[in-house]
Design a protein around this ligand. Structure first.
Ligand code: 13P
Length: 293
């Protein structure tokens, strides 16, 4: 299938209370494991890309790989730019064929974040591309950004309402609700009450950042509370490395590269299957007319 925009798939997911996995791809092999893993389970999927990864491979290579892989499967695939505060990178992604982008102005004062998010919204709406925008501060490390545990800030409810008021067609909204990027050191204190308050009044699907390490119960409660996009990066990276390292430990004399690539693919794809099942999106691929990018 041609790539799709993520807004409609996320609206369906939120309405039926399941989550769509959004994995941060690393290379071609990783993108393949994400897309083919979703196809195995007939699940819609989001392939998202960190700015660092784009800077390494280039816009064209990534867009070409993902488009080509999506063409060969029968499930909706969206290509998304993860946390980005640079309007130029956003524009280049749109020009290269990304079907959605995230503007992350969460480090800015509220009024500046709102104004800049709205300026990007005008660009994405004109281009027919979905937008994700964030408020509050999600803890942990993502790309080159680090937010210390004591600097993480829950989104403020009144600010959430004001923030989205001029962006009714936002594809997904990312308020900080207590989850963090990276492996959790303790049990995260997720503000389920805040999540439910937000989804009771704001009719926009919610993104759950910091998916790595959450329990099934935490996923279930967040998805029941309206989280429709569930982000997984750290565990995917971990599987990428583990696939290689475990095979090397098992067969230290093996000098052929392809078995390592296959081992990485298998390790990443197993996790893609596990997460899709955990989020309830198995069998939820829908082919809707007019959603192609
Ligand atoms: P994890 O690295 O904790 O899986 O979080 C991913 C994420 O939210 C990407 O934006």
């Amino acid at each position: 299938m041609a790539l799709v925009t993520m807004g409609p798939m996320l609206k369906r997911a939120q309405a039926a209370r399941y989550g769509i996995a959004a994995f941060n791809m690393i290379d071609y092999n990783s993108a393949r494991s994400i897309i083919e893993g979703a196809n195995d389970l007939k699940a819609p999927i989001i392939v998202q890309v960190s700015v660092k990864t784009i800077k390494h491979w280039g816009y064209k290579a990534i867009a070409t790989w993902v488009r080509m892989l999506a063409d060969d499967v029968d499930v909706p695939v969206a290509l998304h730019l993860d946390h980005c505060s640079d309007a130029d990178v956003i524009r280049r992604c749109i020009d290269a064929g990304w079907t959605s982008v995230m503007f992350d102005g969460s480090a800015l004062p509220f009024a500046d974040n709102k104004a800049q998010s709205e300026a990007i919204y005008a660009i994405t709406e004109a281009a027919g591309v979905g937008l994700e925008a964030e408020i509050g501060a999600i803890g942990g490390v993502e790309d080159d950004k680090f937010v210390a545990e004591d600097a993480a800030i829950l989104a403020n409810y009144d600010e959430c309402v004001a923030f989205v008021s001029a962006m009714p067609n936002l594809a997904v909204f990312a308020p900080a609700i207590g989850t963090a990027h990276g492996f959790y050191k303790g049990t995260p204190k997720i503000a389920y009450d805040l999540l439910e308050r937000i989804t009771a009044t704001i009719p926009i699907p919610i993104a759950l950042h910091g998916g790595t390490g959450l329990s099934q119960e935490q996923f279930d409660r967040c998805i029941a509370g309206g989280c429709a996009k569930v982000n997984i990066s750290t565990m995917h990276k971990h599987r990428f490395i583990e696939g290689f390292v475990n095979l090397h430990a098992e067969k230290p004399k093996l000098a052929e590269p392809l078995p390592f690539i296959v081992a990485q693919y298998d390790a990443m794809k197993r996790d893609v299957h596990d997460m899709i099942r955990a989020f309830g999106s198995e069998g939820k691929a829908v082919h809707a007319a007019g959603e192609g990018a």
